[in-house]
Design a protein around this ligand. Structure first.
Ligand SMILES: [Zn+2]
Length: 523
């Protein structure tokens, strides 16, 4: 028998959580066609996987790659980690849906998190418009949420005005349209613009059309408030809308302890709710510095925000918010700035920048945000990385990098190093779990939860998304001090049968890109 490709001699970790089995994997076109001892079979191409693990391509369920994928088709920081699929439009904020009156607001607001500039806009409005621009134009597959703030802003702007009945109907119609285009569910980021004004009742309403279509609710809960009540709100939404709940980048700061958080999840499950969550394998966070601003700044949209901050009355209230911020400034490190003037400060902690300025902390931060037109990204020291370990070990958790990429930035190491650190330092060295369990958290489990039919498991008839890595050397050397280091040890990555990483290097993709827009529960 002759196949297009055989991955020969590896240990197959199939994504279900089952222990490794020595087997060859045969591929024709975009599909796996046989798994087993295929010594007698011939193939047009052979990948030698002896000494290697062969696993399903990894699935990153939470990231901020939406814009970068339009600009960097083979998104090396991720493909060299073995990620074959990116689930986009997390935290309720993204580039679609938009309309002709508000797309500039979103591109401006998202710049510290994501890759697009105003000149990149070419007219998309719906989720499907945007995803079609990625379909077969990226190395990786993409799937997407419906980002709630985008929907809410189309109907109600960025302000605090409550949603009335006719607006609720429009929100429902928009969510129906985007779910029918193939989204996996609704994402929210309740600390971020527009949606921070959402009430629990409003979110229950918004989840109804998602539940009707078998989708689920994915939420960055109100972390800025208190974790347990924020989780309880998500569970209440799940119970009332009869919809599974997935919590984004769940972490503890102790208090509450991981036992308390897990007990809350168990109580919700005992009441019949389906709960999952994602974790990245580091404790520290990363977000836009403008996250600390009072919400009133955003009332008239992101483009109007900088001018408001320069107003002395508003500026005073901004300073109060900065002063009330619960972290010390030496815990915040400047990861990226939009302009050129402060590039030499990237990598410094904010207290170092305050010292340099000779002004008060609040004045310095206000100056920084105004000068950079709000385009400032930070990495936030949130304590010992060991705090995430029980979160990673929990049976309902899966990996999501929450990666934020900025070339030239001093970004969080998670965008370069998540899978390497997880499989190397945490699984191989610290033995947090078996390799098969760890792979399941990046493959079979997310494929099930995010409805990626025919992916996440190595078996005949599934799509040929495969990663070949060295289990003895895989590592994520990216660190807080030196974050832009690629994960090492991924030798090959196939997406729909096509190589996007070969012999440890990203393949340059010109005409033909294998990545597809994956629609929810549709093969
Ligand atoms: Zn988030």
């Amino acid at each position: 028998m002759t196949f297009d490709l055989i991955v020969r001699g590896g240990e197959v970790v199939d994504g279900t959580g089952k222990e490794p089995v020595a087997a060859d994997v045969a591929i024709n076109g975009d599909r796996i066609v046989a798994v087993g001892q295929l010594a007698d079979a011939e193939a047009g191409r052979v990948i030698d996987a002896s000494g290697m693990v062969v696993a399903p391509g990894f699935i990153d369920v939470h990231n901020h790659s939406d814009g970068w994928l339009l600009k960097e088709p083979n998104f090396k920081c991720k493909t060299l980690q073995g990620f074959s699929t990116e689930v986009l439009m997390a935290d309720g904020i993204s580039y679609a849906p938009v309309d002709q009156s508000n797309w500039r607001e979103w591109i401006h607001y998202l710049r510290p998190l994501n890759g697009l500039s105003l000149s990149d806009y070419d007219g998309w409005e719906t989720l499907d418009d945007y995803m079609q621009r990625l379909d077969r134009h990226t190395a990786q597959n993409t799937a997407t949420h419906v980002p709630y703030a985008n929907v809410r802003a189309l109907v109600n702007g960025f302000g605090s005005r409550p949603i009335d009945d006719s607006q609720a109907v429009r929100i429902r119609k928009l969510i129906e349209r985007e779910m029918d285009a193939g989204a996996v569910g609704l994402s929210t980021g309740l600390d971020y613009i527009a949606q921070n004004f959402s009430t629990t009742d409003e979110l229950v309403e918004a989840c109804l059309p998602v539940a009707e279509r078998g989708g689920f609710y994915v939420t960055h809960v109100r972390y800025k408030k208190t974790l347990l009540p924020a989780m309880e709100e998500a569970f209440e939404i799940g119970r009332r809308a009869k919809i599974p709940v997935h919590i984004s980048h769940l972490k503890i700061h102790d208090p509450p302890s991981h036992e308390e958080v897990f007990a809350a999840i168990e109580r919700a499950e005992a009441e019949g709710l389906e709960v999952t969550f994602d974790v990245y394998p580091y404790q520290s966070g990363s977000t836009m510095l403008n996250y600390i601003l009072p919400y009133e700044i955003w009332e008239d949209g992101p483009l109007a925000a900088t001018a408001k901050m320069a107003d002395p009355v508003v500026g005073r209230r901004v300073m109060d918010a900065v002063n009330a911020y619960r972290r010390d400034l030496d815990q915040l490190r400047l990861a990226w700035v939009q302009g050129h003037d402060r590039r030499d400060q990237v990598g410094m902690t904010l207290d170092q920048i305050v010292d340099q300025s000779g002004k008060s902390a609040a004045d310095t931060l206000l100056d920084l945000l105004i000068e950079e037109n709000l385009g400032v990204l930070c990495v936030v020291d949130e304590g010992d990385d060991a705090l995430v370990e029980p979160m990673l070990q929990h049976p309902r958790s899966m990996l999501g990098t929450d990666g934020i990429y900025q070339p030239g930035g001093h970004v969080h190491p998670r965008v370069f190093g998540s899978s390497g650190r997880f499989l190397g330092e945490l699984v191989r060295e610290k033995k947090l779990m078996s390799l098969a369990e760890a792979v399941h958290k990046m493959t079979g489990l997310p494929a099930w939860r995010f409805g990626l039919t025919g992916r996440g498991e190595i078996k005949a008839d599934n799509y040929a998304d495969l990663v070949v890595f060295d289990p003895l050397t895989i590592e994520g050397p990216a660190s807080y001090d030196d974050p832009c280091q690629y994960t090492r040890g991924v030798k090959h990555l196939l997406v729909n049968g096509q190589s996007v990483v070969s012999d440890g290097d990203a393949v340059e993709l010109k005409e033909s890109c294998p990545g597809r827009f994956l629609k929810y529960r549709s093969g």
